[in-house]
Design a protein around this ligand. Structure first.
Ligand SMILES: Cc1cc2nc3c(=O)[nH]c(=O)nc-3n(C[C@H](O)[C@H](O)[C@H](O)COP(=O)(O)O)c2cc1C
Length: 213
C-alpha cells in the first residue's frame, strides 16, 4: 500500500489550512477594535431624570448630562420623571434625580416617581435597583429653605433601595438658588451640576470595572 498522499488527502489538507486562515482573519478583525483600556473601562448608562415647571431644574439636568457625557464610554438618557419606563430604570447603571424644592422637600411628582418604583415597576422583593449608583440635585427659590432636605430625601429613597449613593458638586449633590437676589441658574451652579454628572460617571465606571473581575 502506498504511503504517498493521494489527491483526496491533498484536497482535505488544503481545506484544513483554508479553515485555519479564515478563523485567524475573523479573530483578528475582532482584535483590531479591542484594547486593554476597553477591558478596564466598561461602558455605562446614566439616567438623568427630573421634574421642572419653570425650567430651572431642567437647566441643571442638562448640565448634569454634559458632565456625565464628558467621561468616555458613558451613555446618558435624560427624561422627565413622568416619562421614565421600567426599562429606563433597570437598564441604567446610575440614576441621578433632580427636583425643585416644594415646601422644603422634593416635589410631589418626584415622590410619585419613587413610589412608582414599587407600585408600577415592581422593584421588590428582588431589590432590582441594588448596587446602582444614585445621586441628587435640586433648585429652590431661597438660599436656605429646603435644598439639602430635598437632596437628602432623594438619597434616602435610593438608600432604601440598596443603591450606592454619591455626592458631587456640593456635599449632598448639586443645587441652585433661583429667586430673589439670585434669579435663575448661574455659571457656578451649572459648573456644580456638571461636576456631579462627572463624579457619578467616574464612580459608576469604577464600580462596574470592579464587579466585572
Ligand atoms: C408649590 C411650590 C412650593 C415651593 N416651595 C419652596 C420652598 O419651600 N423653598 C424654596 O426655597 N422654594 C420653594 N419654591 C420655589 C421653587 O423651588 C423654585 O422656584 C424652583 O427653582 C422651581 O424649579 P423649576 O423651575 O424647575 O420648576 C416653591 C415653588 C412652588 C411652585
Amino acid at each position: 500500500m502506498s504511503t504517498y498522499p493521494t489527491r483526496a488527502h491533498s484536497l482535505s489538507a488544503s481545506r484544513y489550512l483554508q479553515a485555519i486562515a479564515l478563523t485567524w482573519v475573523v479573530l483578528c478583525t475582532g482584535c483590531a477594535s479591542w484594547s486593554w483600556a476597553d477591558a478596564a473601562a466598561p461602558s455605562i448608562t446614566v439616567l438623568v431624570t427630573y421634574h421642572s415647571l419653570s425650567g430651572n431644574t431642567e437647566r441643571m439636568a442638562e448640565a448634569v448630562v454634559a458632565g456625565a457625557r464628558s467621561i468616555a464610554g458613558t451613555q446618558v438618557v435624560m427624561k422627565r420623571v413622568g416619562q421614565v419606563s421600567a426599562e429606563d430604570l433597570f437598564s441604567a447603571d446610575a440614576v441621578v434625580v433632580g427636583s425643585p424644592v416644594y415646601w422644603s422637600n422634593m416635589s410631589g411628582e418626584v415622590k410619585t416617581f419613587f413610589d412608582n418604583w414599587q407600585f408600577k415597576f415592581g422593584v421588590f422583593p428582588e431589590f432590582k435597583m441594588k448596587n446602582k449608583v444614585g445621586a441628587a440635585f435640586a433648585t429652590a427659590g431661597q438660599v436656605s429653605s429646603g435644598k439639602e432636605v430635598t437632596m437628602l430625601t432623594i438619597l434616602a429613597a435610593m438608600l432604601g433601595n440598596q443603591m450606592i449613593v454619591v455626592g458631587g458638586g456640593g456635599a449632598f449633590g448639586a443645587s441652585a438658588t433661583t429667586e430673589g437676589e439670585s434669579p435663575g441658574i448661574d455659571d457656578k451652579e451649572l459648573a456644580e451640576a456638571k461636576a456631579l454628572g462627572q463624579r457619578v460617571a467616574e464612580v459608576t465606571k469604577l464600580i462596574r470595572a470592579g464587579s466585572s473581575h
